[in-house]
Each structure stands twice: as C-alpha cells, then as structure tokens.
Design a protein around this ligand. Sequence first.
Ligand SMILES: [Ca+2]
Ligand SMILES: [Ca+2]
Length: 157
Amino acid sequence: MIKNILLLQILTGLLLLFIGCELFEKDEETFDYPTITKIKINKIPDTDDNGYAWDEFSPPDVYCVLTDSQDNIYYTSGIQQDVSNSELPIVFKPEKLEIKDSERELFIQVYDEDLTGEDLMGTVGPFSAQMIMDDSSNVHTMENYTWTLEVSVTLKW
Ligand SMILES: [Ca+2]
Ligand SMILES: [Ca+2]
C-alpha cells in the first residue's frame, strides 16, 4: 500500500514536470523552420512609371506578395487602403509564414490594388532565409532605388 502511494506520488510528479515543460515550450515560441513574422513597407514611390498618381482621387491601396523566381506565391498580405506617405511605414504580420527551403531566393512585390486589377509599385530582392540567418540582425532591409521602394523583413528561427 505504501509502495503504491509512493508510485502514485512519483507518477504525479512526472506528470507535473511534463505539463511544466509543455507550458514552458509554448512561452518560448520556438520555430520549426525560419519564419517571416513581419513585413514592413517603409517607402513607396509617389507616382507610377509615367509620373501619374497611383489612384486618381486617393492614395494607393497597398499589399505585398512573397514570391520566388519561378513566381510561386508563398504569401499575399491583406490590402491597406489609401496609404499616404505620412502613414508609412505599414506593417504586415503573416501568420506562420515558414520558409522551409532556407536557400531559396525570394522576392517581395508591392502592389497598388485597383478595381480593375493591380499596379506593380515595385519589387525588392532577391533574399533568402539563410542570407538573413548568416547576418548579424534578424531584420533585413531591402531598397529598390529605381522604384523608391524600401521593405524590411523580420525573420525568426
Ligand atoms: Ca491605381
Ligand atoms: Ca485608393
């Protein structure tokens, strides 16, 4: 009988230890793969290639797409309506955007959403998860001077 109680106590102890570890892991926020947690658009061009405003009566409606060089799409953000310069930077927080192939060359395309399709505001890249992991900072900023476009990517791993 005493042996049984002792065994029960040990089992309970182990169970509590196990639950404790589970809670700890959840708090730690671990990642199975390098994960893009944030895409920040710092600068967008004032006008399109022809010098015209992106929209006739309001600022552009901005979203971004994460692609590779084969045009595979890994992420499409929501649309941020009427982004004037004073509203920059705008931040998109993808959910569980894991980069399973850390060597793959990636690009971020930024668009102005229109009723009749979309206008490309510019592209930044290539970059790869490995490139950011090799760097000293987990925030990687890319600028496309032709388009006056600047985008920062935050990677966690
Ligand atoms: Ca437009
Ligand atoms: Ca607009």
